[in-house]
Design a protein around this ligand. Structure first.
Ligand code: GDP
Ligand code: ZN
Length: 286
């Protein structure tokens, strides 16, 4: 049982045990229950959230227990997220690589796997962008949602996972969702087999058993204000191969260090290094 939506004190809970289905049950309709949270949660200061695996009581009308969360995201407020599919476009809008790098860091901090999805390959080549992120140790996909190219790979990536869809507006997130089988604007989800809903962004969509997806309204998956400046470099996988003489080295420009040389020689992508500098500068304190 899993919470997929919360409105005005009611929680909507779908049948799902969070385990990979044995048989092929793609698109299987699930029942959905309207529930209240047990009174003791409020007393204990616990608030059920979208994504929670729960146990129900009283004929499936009350959330009696919330199972331990793997993680919690801030925006969208959702728990138990496995991965963040970061969508960008080759063109229109132009890639915002800083936003992508920030989302990667936020996903990693939230203990979710960032995956890069470059859309609109019909407008321009995606190879250079994919290379940057492959060097950063990430899975990358190059697709054209418009021409329905590469969507099979997207489906495979989503299977048996809970995914947050993130990225600038206009990059093609709704188009991807639509081609995967539902309309996030109107809420037509033939596969879930239940009533319409009118809002976007605050619901976990069930694609099939154990496969969920949620669209982000904003870009802030997690608050990065509280991390230490010195730990940011640990989330830039491609810096790892370069051992600086100075253990505390922040790899700032003008310091003689291996990471800096790798940026100069093009072994580390300049865009990634620039994002890194911007991120550590945005963090107050040490
Ligand atoms: P969202 O804001 O991220 O949800 O983006 P949308 O899905 O609304 O797409 C924004 C615009 O990009 C729409 O006009 C889509 O038709 C268009 N679009 C989406 N995918 C592609 C694609 O693969 N190629 C091209 N050329 N346009 C696309
Ligand atoms: Zn250094």
């Amino acid at each position: 049982m899993r919470i997929i939506k919360g409105i005005g004190g009611f929680y909507y809970v779908t049948e799902d045990d969070g385990k990979a289905p044995r048989g092929a049950r793609m698109g299987a309709a699930s029942r959905c229950y309207e529930c209240r949270a047990k009174g003791k949660f409020r007393k204990d200061g616990i608030k059920p959230m979208i994504g929670d695996f729960v146990k129900l009581a009283d004929n499936n009308t009350v959330i009696a227990e919330i199972l331990e969360r793997k993680n919690e995201l801030v925006r969208p407020a959702v728990s138990n997220v496995d991965q963040v599919l970061i969508v960008l476009a080759t063109e229109n809008p132009k890639p915002d690589l800083f936003l992508v790098d920030k989302l990667i860091l936020q996903a990693k901090l939230a203990n979710a796997e960032p995956i890069i999805c470059v859309n609109k390959t019909d407008l321009a080549d995606a190879k250079a962008i994919c290379k940057i992120y492959q060097n950063a140790g990430l899975k990358t996909l190059a697709i054209s949602a418009l021409e329905k190219k590469g969507l099979g790979a997207v489906g495979q990536i989503l299977k048996n996972k809970t995914t947050v869809l993130a990225g600038n507006s206009g990059v093609g997130k709704s188009t991807i969702l639509n081609t995967l089988g539902f309309n996030s604007e109107t809420g037509d989800i033939s596969k879930i087999g239940r009533g319409k809903h009118t809002t976007r962004h605050n619901e976990l969509f069930k694609l099939c058993d154990n496969t969920f997806i949620i669209d982000t309204a904003g870009f802030s998956i997690l608050d990065i204000a509280n991390i230490e400046k010195n730990s940011v470099k640990n989330y830039f996988t491609e810096f790892e191969g370069y051992n600086c003489k100075f253990q505390d080295c922040l790899h700032l420009p003008n310091t003689v260090c291996e990471v800096n040389s790798a940026v100069s020689s093009g072994k580390i992508a300049k865009s990634r290094y620039d994002s890194y500098l911007k991120l550590i500068n945005a963090i107050q304190g040490v």
